[in-house]
Design a protein. Structure first.
Length: 267
């Protein structure tokens, strides 16, 4: 079975541990994440997460057998700095990832110390709450070149036939200085372009549009830095010609932000 790939909007910080404070803001996202195991259809051998919260000068795979935690946020309640998501790592998968990337002509390395950041542990705590599926992360590469991240996704595509779930974890709108009602128009404009690009375009056109994403409406208002968009490039590269399905959409996130998540392939 060929597993689908995903790009998810992962929410903010350690939200699964703060639902009482969020007044239902994450209910739709939570429901979409809980639905993923049923969509995937089988328990993956491992989950490879490309998180918008980790970048290196070379593509780098987490290789710890028991990854620690990275609390890469500030200003949250004290209890959120003791969160644990005790999923095992997968050194074997990390080495497979490294070799596939190198075979595609890119430098790659392993990091035995890197832990789970909230782009990984927050959504995975909802998708696989028992933490019984091995999880590892792959970094973005500094410089944010879309073509290279798409190419790395293509290189990783064989993992889909090996039981590895490829999960791009970012946000379809990520401008923390424009978060709230003022984000309504730019987030909606960029989200519409994203929907047209991923769902309504041919596979070749999809790639071209993503490479030239800065020409999209409100592109730099939606992503002043594209760290939370680049995980999408890897997921799309790995998807090949598979069709996209929007699996989460919300136009009132935190007072009017439009956000979406997508699955490529699968059912």
């Amino acid at each position: 079975m060929t597993l689908p790939t995903y790009f998810i909007s992962h929410g903010g910080g350690p939200w699964p541990w703060m639902k009482s404070e969020s007044n239902g803001a994450y209910d739709q996202l939570e429901a979409s994440l809980k639905a993923m195991p049923g969509q995937i259809g089988e328990t993956p051998q491992a989950v490879l997460v490309i998180s918008g919260h980790w970048e290196e000068h070379e593509f780098t795979a987490m290789s710890s057998p028991q990854p620690p935690m990275v609390y890469d946020y500030a200003g949250f309640p004290q209890h959120t700095y003791g969160i644990t998501y005790p999923a095992p790592g997968s050194p074997r998968t990390a080495e497979r990832v490294r070799r596939l990337i190198e075979d595609a002509g890119f430098a790659a390395r392993l990091d035995p110390l890197r832990g789970f950041d909230h782009g990984t542990f927050s959504p995975l705590a909802v998708i696989y709450p028992q933490a019984n599926v091995p999880v590892l992360q792959l970094s973005l590469r500094h410089g944010y070149e879309p073509k290279d991240h798409i190419a790395v996704g293509r290189a990783l595509a064989p993992l889909r036939d090996e039981g590895i779930l490829i999960l791009g974890s970012g946000l379809s709108y990520h401008n923390l200085r424009e978060f709230g009602p003022q984000a309504r128009d730019p987030s909606a404009a960029f989200d519409l372009w994203l929907q047209q690009t991923l769902v309504a375009s041919s596979p070749a056109e999809r790639i071209t549009r993503l490479i030239n994403w800065e020409s999209a409406p409100a592109a730099r208002l939606a992503h002043p830095r594209e760290d939370h968009l680049l995980p999408l490039m890897v997921a799309v590269g790995a998807a090949g010609d598979d069709r996209a399905t929007r699996v989460y959409h919300q136009d009132d996130f935190f007072g009017g932000i439009t956000v979406s998540s997508y699955r490529f392939g699968g059912r």
